[in-house]
Design a protein around this ligand. Structure first.
Ligand code: PEP
Length: 249
């Protein structure tokens, strides 16, 4: 049985002071062992969030990092900085990084390799645009994203990677993929992992769905056999996130 993982991607929202406030509202309600819960906060909020989350089971993550250890990379943060500040997860290849900041598959592969070498737990995002969905070429596209990201990743590292399937047309649009559409692609991704590795990795790797997940649709989405939780954007900034975490009750 794979443990579900529900992560809130705060994106570029919340100052350190606002972080304290939001965590005080969410902490007790999201503090569970039934699922893994991760608050993926802006890098500048990690230290504050770490202090606020002490004593709970809630894990911390950042939304990006750079694959070099240190040096002249103005504006970037390293894996060791993230770990030292108390976060353990990192999102890699979010569609906003790919689209707005032009991160390509080669860059995302370097980040995935480095995250594992450094001991971070990566949440690797993939997903197609509306054009590719309508042209019915989304599977080829996602297959390429996955194969390229996992280049050089060992079996054990693959097991410790979380994949988030996030169709771009469903992110921040209020337009959720149906649970059948989400399940179809998550199962497809699991099959790709099976062909890249073996059945053990295929059955252990966790695959989330992300794209307008809310308190009303979480139960149906997370009830699907190949969907192991969610990556949640907008709803992670509200008390609604606690209802998503507790989607079974
Ligand atoms: C996201 O940013 O990863 C996301 C899924 O956003 P939203 O839930 O707002 O669609």
């Amino acid at each position: 049985m794979r443990k579900k993982i529900i992560a809130g991607n705060w994106k570029m929202n919340m100052t350190p002071s606002e972080t304290k406030e939001l965590i005080s509202k969410l902490k007790s309600k999201c503090d569970t062992n039934d699922v893994d819960v991760v608050f993926v906060v802006p890098s500048i909020d990690v230290t504050t969030a770490y202090e606020c989350l002490k004593g709970s089971n809630i894990k911390l993550g950042t939304q990006n990092f750079y694959f070099e250890d240190k040096g002249a990379f103005t504006g970037e943060i390293s894996a060791n900085m993230i770990l030292d500040a108390g976060a353990t997860y990192v999102i890699i290849g979010h569609s906003e990084r790919r689209g707005i900041f032009k991160e390509d598959n080669a860059m995302i592969n370097k980040k995935l390799v480095k995250a594992h070498k450094a001991g971070l737990l990566p949440i690797l995002c993939c997903g197609e645009s509306i054009e590719l969905r309508e042209k019915n070429t989304y599977k080829e596209f996602i297959s390429e994203q996955i194969k390229s990201a996992f280049n050089g990743i060992s079996e054990n590292e693959a097991k410790n990677t979380v994949i988030a399937y996030e169709p771009i047309w469903a992110i921040g649009t209020g337009k959720t993929a149906t649970s059948d559409q989400a399940e179809e692609v998550c199962a497809f991704i699991r099959d790709i992992i099976g062909t890249l590795y073996n059945d053990s990795v295929k059955n252990e790797i966790r695959i989330q769905y992300g794209g307008s997940v809310n308190a009303g649709n979480a139960k149906e989405l997370f009830g699907k056999p190949d969907i192991d939780g969610g990556l949640v954007g907008g709803a992670s900034l509200k008390e609604e996130f606690a209802s998503i975490v507790n989607y079974k009750s």
